[in-house]
Design a binder for this molecule. Structure first.
Ligand code: HEC
Length: 162
């Protein structure tokens, strides 16, 4: 279903993304079919209050953080070098830093991380003017020049355990 792992993700980020999907800050870029799908799912009377969203996130936070299966291979030495920039926002173990609004990357499905890098590069994420975090990440894509860079940095992220 192209859907990411949400167990083990930082609660602040899950909450913010749900709010962004609801408000149209995420999932409205042209060509972002998956985002549109999720935006539709984030709406409805049962998710209409901030308390409901907080309860939902609290429930997701109670899930066990099971390991994902690795599908991306790359040059982890190159990936480590590339990740130096990423660490300033995502943390040196890719654990996510709330202060920087940056989510956890470690433990995420690697194919999803690659797909999101492609989405930022293509402008499918970081599209809306009010999407400050997304726009920041879109700008960071200047560091990654090629699909090989995406694979190498994600292969390195696969080696990290927060
Ligand atoms: C200036 C801070 C900053 C830097 C540096 C940065 N990021 Fe990000 N990144 C963010 C923020 C903020 C988000 C959340 C975007 C949003 O709210 O949609 C994000 C989101 C992501 C996502 C999407 C995760 C998900 O679960 O959807 C990936 C993948 C990612 N970053 C990878 C990287 C990689 C790889 C690098 C290094 C090349 C990097 N980031 C550097 C701030 C940063």
């Amino acid at each position: 279903m192209s859907a990411p792992k949400i167990a083990g993700q930082q609660g602040f980020y899950l909450l913010k993304q749900l709010q962004h999907f609801q408000s149209g800050t995420r999932g409205t870029a042209p060509g972002d079919a998956k985002g549109r799908q999720m935006a539709a799912m984030s709406k409805g009377p049962r998710l209409a209050s901030s308390q409901a969203l907080e309860n939902l996130v609290a429930y997701v936070e109670s899930f066990p953080d099971n390991k994902t299966v690795e599908t991306v291979s790359g040059d982890t030495d190159r990936g480590k070098d590339l990740f130096v920039t990423c660490a300033s926002c995502h943390g040196d173990k890719a654990q996510g830093l709330e202060m920087m609004a940056a989510p956890r990357l470690a433990g995420q499905n690697d194919w999803y991380l690659v797909a999101q890098l492609e989405n930022f590069a293509a402008g499918k994420r970081g599209y809306a003017p009010g999407d400050h975090g997304g726009r920041q990440m879109k700008a960071m894509m200047a560091v990654l020049q090629s699909p090989e860079d995406y694979r190498d940095v994600v292969a390195y992220i696969n080696t990290l355990t927060p």
